[in-house]
Design a binder for this molecule. Structure first.
Ligand SMILES: Nc1ncnc2c1ncn2[C@@H]1O[C@H](COP(=O)(O)OP(=O)(O)O)[C@@H](O)[C@H]1O
Ligand SMILES: Nc1ccn([C@@H]2O[C@H](COP(=O)(O)OP(=O)(O)O)[C@@H](O)[C@H]2O)c(=O)n1
Length: 207
């Protein structure tokens, strides 16, 4: 079974996906980490991230591997674990430009579709584009202020700066961020993390 959890930035996707995956005893798959890793590699090589040709050849020459685990995903470049560098403000700033390239999206999608089910996949277009056949689909939202307050525990900037950056990224991500027609939309604002996880678990089809 594949379950998809999409949503806007910092809406709780990875925390919720991890909780749902642990309850089901399956891994979760964080698609955003591959977009973040592509961005980091491009930044480290000082590439112009608006130019897709150079970026794609660079990605093809550096085999990145997503390791989906239920506790937390990791991204490897050979033996090097890149995960700790993927959630920086610098990567946040450029990732939507990288993710807008159809060639980069195809590079990510190919890796995701090669993963063996069952799993919980989280991102923006898991239920619409990558796994339209998923057994259950969810889409998480919350107001920009609520999301910024949550993310302020994970970034050095103040809440107002984080909120402005989240809203900008939501706008840049609009194309790939629409909920699937058959997704259940959950406003996580009034709910605890455990509350969101339980809401999802209670509506999953019985095996
Ligand atoms: N419903 C919730 N209530 C309170 N905090 C939450 C909730 N959902 C997520 N969080 C917290 O918000 C932050 C961002 O969540 P995260 O799972 O990283 O979101 P995303 O993967 O959508 O960016 C984390 O610190 C997480 O613990
Ligand atoms: N399925 C996906 C997942 C992420 N992304 C891109 O990758 C970026 C980072 O995704 P993420 O899920 O790690 O970001 P957060 O929502 O956790 O902040 C997003 O802002 C999108 O630009 C995407 O385009 N499609």
């Amino acid at each position: 079974m594949i379950v998809t959890i999409d949503g806007v930035a910092a809406s709780g996707k990875s925390s919720v996906a991890s909780g749902v995956a642990r309850a089901l005893g399956v891994p979760y798959v964080s698609s955003g980490l591959l977009y973040r890793a592509a961005t980091l590699l491009g930044q480290q090589a000082a590439l112009d991230l608006r130019e897709v040709t150079g970026l794609i050849s660079h990605l093809q020459a550096h085999a990145l591997r997503l390791e989906p685990l239920s506790e937390g995903n990791r991204v490897w470049l050979g033996e090097q674990d890149l995960t700790g560098d993927l959630h920086s403000t610098q990567v946040d700033r450029d990732v939507s430009v990288v993710a807008a390239h159809p060639e980069v999206r195809a590079w990510v999608d190919e890796q995701l579709r090669a993963l063996p089910a069952p799993f919980v996949a989280e991102g923006r277009d898991m239920g619409t584009n990558v796994f339209p056949q998923a057994a259950a689909k969810f889409y998480l939202t919350a107001s920009p202020r609520v999301r910024a307050e949550r993310r302020a525990h994970e970034r050095p900037e103040d809440v107002a700066a984080i909120e402005a950056a989240l809203v900008e990224r939501d706008t840049l991500d609009t194309t790939q961020s629409a909920p699937a027609e058959d997704a259940r939309v959950i406003d996580t604002g009034p709910l605890s993390l455990q509350g969101v996880i339980e809401t999802i678990l209670s509506t999953l089809p019985k095996k």
